[in-house]
Design a protein around this ligand. Structure first.
Ligand code: NAG
Ligand code: NAG
Ligand code: NAG
Length: 474
């Protein structure tokens, strides 16, 4: 009887100690002191110690692996593929048009140049794509091997999990998740609701209605190019003011802005308080170049004369400062807004305003003539904030504007309609080519288009007429 008890105690204690030892990862042969009842235990740790160092190495290698392939890299390839996907059909369409224009021996030279340029850029894009994917393939091969090795190591480590501790934790996690879902009435089969794009609570841009305003300017039909709108952050007392900049020299330059105390003053053409000069003559240093101008915090932002730079003219102080755009930025009609029939001259840079401030949209050789978006941080001089490369080709776009941190681009559908077809969300980096919102046009061309966060209107300058549209969000 006594003998049996001793044996039992030995077995029991041995298991308990073994378990404790395999959790504690120490390898000792414990000496158990004899109990008062003279019961003797002889314990042996039969487990190998847990290889802590090995686990740490595996963890380090796994995190290196994660760093090697980032979501940004796959996004880069995706953007390039998307760009190609959009531009090949466009090249095809342009070539078809060129063939139609062929009147026997005279090709439309302008179209031919556009096509040659497009072709060169597509080739560049393909080369970049090839070299990028080539690098990623190599990275992928290395990563696959690394992942396989890690898998083997982990399997080896699992053998040490004799207590099923890890498995137990997994089961607990699953149970906890199920419980949470149950409590919150969450049904895992429901797709998560799509967050509103951009960074403001207005929601998704659903539709554009109008025109609300459609009027000649005080200059009648004199100036085809220009822009107008409202200052989203006006100085006190100027809340209802409007501004207009007609390009008075060659459809390219202007050296003043006209100010109006209300919308009806713009429509009846009574400019009070009147003209503010931006530069002494026209054109010269600091002259406004191109139609895509905006007003923000009592300053006019525009493409500086003959430079790849954004100028800021402080209206009350009458000073002009500027910030240069990145190297390779197009100016002097290198990367214009275009449609099939023609390009809008000197529209390389498009200034925009939204809820968060001022933006500039342009194109660079480095990004293959595709749209690039930068924040403009107001100041004297202004500076550039964050920048994003997109896959939308600038010359395939007629205009851009920014609303709630989302860049939108339009294209020409016909004489009666323009379409907001593209968006780039600066919060998620997501691009879409299927926006499909139409703008009803009153005349063929829209030379400038800008969003006003104050009243959620789009202000357009269209063949010397001023037009506005209401933007609806849901
Ligand atoms: C793609 O890139 C690789 C590596 O740079 C090069 O060897 C290969 O010739 C390229 N292929 C094409 C079609 O350009
Ligand atoms: C957008 O507005 C137009 C014009 O008011 C209307 O005909 C159309 O149904 C609207 N579309 C949506 C999706 O609301
Ligand atoms: C945009 O692309 C150019 C050319 O590849 C590159 O130099 C630049 O760093 C890119 N900018 C961003 C913000 O990714």
């Amino acid at each position: 009887m006594v003998q049996t008890n001793v044996v039992r105690a030995t077995m029991k204690s041995s298991r308990v100690f073994t378990l404790i030892l395999s959790i504690g990862f120490v390898s000792i042969i414990p000496q158990v002191m004899p109990l008062p009842s003279d019961c003797v235990c002889d314990l042996n740790n039969i487990e190998t110690p847990f290889p802590h160092n090995k686990l740490r190495t595996v963890e380090t290698r796994a995190s290196t692996c994660n760093r090697n392939i980032t979501p940004q890299q796959s996004t880069e390839v995706e953007i390039m593929l998307l760009g190609l996907d959009r531009r090949l059909p466009r090249l095809e369409a342009d070539i078809a048009l060129l063939e139609k224009e062929d009147d026997g021996d005279l090709f439309g030279t302008v179209s031919l140049q556009v096509i040659q340029q497009e072709r060169a850029e597509i080739l560049q894009l393909i080369n970049k794509l090839n070299s990028t994917t080539f690098n990623y393939q190599r990275l992928n091969r290395e990563t696959t091997q690394e992942v396989n090795e890690l898998k083997n190591e982990i399997e080896a480590l699992e053998k040490f999990d004799t207590m099923d501790v890890v498995k137990g934790l997994e089961v607990n996690k699953r149970l906890k998740r199920d419980l949470d879902q149950c409590q919150n009435g969450h049904h895992p089969t429901d797709p998560p609701p799509e967050p509103a794009p951009g960074n403001c609570p207005l929601g998704r841009l659903q539709n554009v209605t109008g025109p609300n305003t459609y009027s000649a300017t005080e200059y009648g039909g004199s100036y085809t190019y220009g822009s107008w709108g409202r200052d989203p952050k006006p100085a006190a007392g100027k809340e209802s003011w409007f501004w207009m900049v007609p390009l008075t020299v060659s459809n390219v330059f202007s050296n003043f802005v006209r100010l109006y105390s209300s919308l009806s003053s713009v429509v009846v053409g009574v400019s009070v308080p009147g003209t503010v000069a931006i530069s002494p003559s026209n054109p010269t240093t600091n002259t406004i170049q191109g139609p895509n101008v905006v007003m923000y915090q009592d300053s006019l932002y525009y493409n500086c004369y003959n430079r790849d730079a954004v100028c800021r003219s402080d209206i009350p102080l009458k000073t002009v400062t500027s910030v240069a755009l990145p190297g390779g930025t197009g100016f002097n009609s290198k990367y214009n807004f275009c449609h099939l029939d023609s390009c809008y001259g000197y529209t390389d840079m498009d200034l925009a305003t939204d809820e968060s401030g001022v933006w500039v949209i342009y194109a660079t050789a480095g990004n293959f003539g595709n749209l690039v978006l930068s924040e403009v941080i107001p100041g004297s001089p202004p500076t550039l904030g964050r920048t994003w490369n997109t896959s939308a080709h600038k010359r395939a776009v007629t205009n851009t504007f920014v609303a709630c941190g989302v860049l939108y681009a339009t294209r020409y559908l016909g004489k009666e309609a323009e379409e907001i077809f593209y968006s780039f969300d600066t919060v998620t980096g997501r691009e879409r080519y299927n926006i499909g919102i139409q703008l009803r046009k009153m005349s063929t061309n829209i030379q400038s288009l800008n969003y006003s966060p104050v009243d959620h209107m789009l202000y357009a300058y269209s063949d010397s007429m001023i037009v506005s549209y209401q933007v609806h969000f849901v």
